[in-house]
Design a protein around this ligand. Structure first.
Ligand code: AHG
Ligand code: MN
Ligand code: MN
Ligand code: MN
Length: 339
C-alpha cells in the first residue's frame, strides 16, 4: 500500500477567510474588519469549547439560578458563554450592536457599561447570537453549540436597535460552532458554506468540509414529535406521508437531538428535513428569529436548501422585536417543498 502522508499545507479558517473563495463584496465597506470580527468569534468558540469539554470537572454543570427574558432557567454554561462572547466582541472594536438570547436588551457598544473595565471602540457590525444552544443537553454531554449572525450597520447609522431589526437576507455572514465529538465551525459570508474542524493540538480551525451542499432529497426527518398533540393538520399530514409513504418510496428515519445546532448540522451534511413548527400551544414555535432561525436559514439557503416558516421564506421575515420567535422548517429542497 502506498503511504499518503498528512497534509503539510493546512487551510486554517483565518487563511481561508483572508485568501480563498470568500466573497466579502456584500460587506465591502469593511472586509478587513469582518476578518478581524470573524477571528474574534473563532476565539470565543475555542474558549467556550474548552469550558464545555471540562464542564463536569470544574463545576460548570447545572443551573445558574436565574431566568432569561424568555422565562428559561439559565444554565451556568449559558451565562458563562454569554459573558465570553460579550467580552470578546466588545474588545474586538468591530461591533456596534450585540443581541444575545441571554440578555433582555440589546447592547449598544461604546456606551459605558456597568462593571466594564475599559471602554471599547464602536465598530460597523452588529452580532446577534445564541451563546449556548441546546441547554437541555449540557448535563448529559450531548452536542451543543453557539450560533451567530452578522449585520453591517445601515448607511449613516451609528448603531441602534433598528440595525438588527432587519430581514435575515440582509445578514453579511452567519455561522455556528458545534461542540460534539469534535468542534465544527460552519460559516457563510454569502458565497457558499464551509465547515472547519478544530485541531486542538494547534488551536486552529482547519477547512475539512469545503462547499457544503445539501442533497436535493434526504431520508431523515427531525422534529419533536412529542408535541404532536398540539400540531396543526398540515404538519401531521406531512409526517404521516413520510412515515407511511405511498408507492415504492421508503419511510424516513427519525433523528432528533434537541440541540438546533446539532440537528441542523446533520441536516446540512446528510440532507432531509428539520422542523420546529408553530402549534396550538406555541403560536410562533419555539426558536428565536434573530439568532436561531435567521443564521440557520442563511446557511441552509447557501448550501442549496430551503428554509421556510411554512408560510414563506424565513430570510424575508421582518423582525419587530429582538427576541421574537418563528416557526422553522429547513433542509433539502424537495423535502421542504413537499412539506
Ligand atoms: P437554547 O438551548 O439556546 O434555549 O435553544 C433550545 C432550542 C434548540 O436548541 C432546540 O432545537 C429546541 O430548543 C429543542 O426544543 P424541544 O426541547 O422543545 O424539542
Ligand atoms: Mn435558552
Ligand atoms: Mn438555541
Ligand atoms: Mn441558548
Amino acid at each position: 500500500k502506498e503511504y499518503t502522508p498528512p497534509s503539510t499545507d493546512l487551510i486554517t479558517l483565518t487563511r481561508h477567510v483572508l485568501n480563498d473563495g470568500f466573497n466579502l463584496a456584500r460587506s465591502s465597506a469593511a472586509s478587513g474588519d469582518l476578518t478581524i470580527l470573524l477571528a474574534s468569534l473563532q476565539t470565543t468558540c475555542k474558549f467556550i469549547e474548552n469550558n464545555v469539554r471540562k464542564a463536569s470537572l470544574i463545576n460548570l454543570i447545572g443551573q445558574a439560578g436565574n431566568q432569561n427574558v424568555q422565562g428559561e432557567d439559565q444554565k451556568k454554561l449559558d451565562v458563562l458563554s454569554n459573558e465570553i462572547m460579550i467580552n470578546a466582541l466588545r474588545a474586538s472594536g468591530k461591533v456596534a450592536v450585540l443581541v444575545s438570547e441571554e440578555d433582555e436588551e440589546a447592547i449598544i457598544v461604546g456606551e459605558k457599561q456597568e462593571g466594564a473595565t475599559f471602554e471599547t471602540e464602536r465598530g460597523k457590525y452588529c452580532v446577534v447570537f445564541d451563546p449556548l444552544d441546546g441547554s437541555s443537553n449540557i448535563d448529559a454531554g450531548v452536542n451543543i453549540g453557539t450560533i451567530f449572525g452578522i449585520y453591517l450597520v445601515r448607511d449613516g447609522s451609528k448603531g441602534t436597535i433598528e440595525d438588527v431589526l432587519r430581514p435575515g437576507r440582509e445578514m453579511v455572514a452567519a455561522g455556528y460552532c458545534m461542540y460534539g465529538s469534535s468542534a465544527n465551525l460552519v460559516l457563510t459570508t454569502g458565497n457558499g458554506v464551509n465547515g472547519y474542524t478544530l485541531d486542538n493540538g494547534i488551536g486552529e480551525f482547519i477547512l475539512t468540509h469545503p462547499n457544503i451542499t445539501l442533497p436535493p432529497r434526504g431520508k431523515i426527518y427531525s422534529i419533536n414529535e412529542g408535541n404532536s398533540a398540539y400540531y396543526h393538520e398540515p404538519v401531521l399530514n406531512y409526517l404521516e406521508s413520510i412515515k407511511y409513504p405511498k408507492g415504492d418510496r421508503k419511510p424516513y428515519s427519525a433523528r432528533y437531538i434537541g440541540s438546533m445546532v446539532a440537528d441542523v448540522h446533520r441536516t446540512l451534511l446528510y440532507g432531509g428535513i428539520f422542523g420546529y413548527p408553530e402549534d396550538k400551544k406555541s403560536k410562533s414555535g419555539k426558536l428565536r428569529l434573530l439568532y436561531e432561525a435567521f443564521p440557520m436559514a442563511f446557511l441552509t439557503e447557501q448550501a442549496g436548501g430551503v428554509a421556510t416558516t411554512g408560510r414563506g421564506r424565513i430570510l424575508d421575515v421582518q423582525p419587530k422585536q429582538i427576541h421574537e420567535r418563528c416557526p422553522v422548517f429547513l433542509g433539502s429542497k424537495e423535502d421542504v417543498e413537499e412539506l
